[in-house]
Design a binder for this molecule. Sequence first.
Ligand SMILES: Nc1ncnc2c1ncn2[C@@H]1O[C@H](COP(=O)(O)OP(=O)(O)O)[C@@H](O)[C@H]1O
Ligand SMILES: [Mg+2]
Length: 231
Amino acid sequence: MTNICVQDIVKAFGQDPILRGITLEVGSGEFVAVLGRSGSGKSTLLRIIAGLEFADDGTIDRNGNVAMVFQEARLIPWLRVNENLAIGKNRSELNAATAALDEVGLSEKARVWPATLSGGQAQRVSLARALVRAPNLLLLDEPFGALDALTRLEMQDLVHSVRSHHGFTSIMVTHDVEEAVRLADRVVILGDGQIILDEQIPKSPPRDPADYPQLVKRLLGVLGVRTHVAA
Ligand SMILES: Nc1ncnc2c1ncn2[C@@H]1O[C@H](COP(=O)(O)OP(=O)(O)O)[C@@H](O)[C@H]1O
Ligand SMILES: [Mg+2]
């Protein structure tokens, strides 16, 4: 079953189109990683899919709730963590907030102020805030981009386990080839406003990218990055 169907999306800011006809069909429960160089239009595409931005042309069909996690946690500083999750503050929202915080391993932070959280904790809260919406489609825009390498690995594990538990469809933008290989069912590369690679990754995630040196090298090649790693 298809959860989201993006067809012929075109978007320009000014003269040159950033997206020149993007077509992407994502099946229900599928996890797609979108790679591309900086400025290739990844965030723009995700924002259009989320409905935060309009395309100049093309269509998007999607079903169910959509939630998004950004590179910065974007928590409201004058609301405690659980209030950031349950803006309505009614009983059922607060219960959902408690469950989501528990799921990301931060139950004990429910009543603290966002400013007291580490970067990794803030991103966990922002993931929990997305889970409160019971998303059918979770959009992740470089959610771990600002984190140190170890925290990043922990967050990748968390995203994998949350995904296994909830079964939502997910599109994750990342500039990290290894992250894509670790987590996704399928990888798409944006270049020149178009999809220049779209392929399934063998076996189920999570994977150790070290077991896929050829794939990592090939993806880097398509991205235009040369490495000296033998593969
Ligand atoms: N609101 C905007 N107004 C003008 N230009 C924009 C806007 N958003 C993005 N751009 C431009 O579109 C291009 C693609 O941006 P973006 O989608 O953020 O790329 P990526 O996420 O792949 O780095 C960039 O050149 C960026 O400067
Ligand atoms: Mg971006």
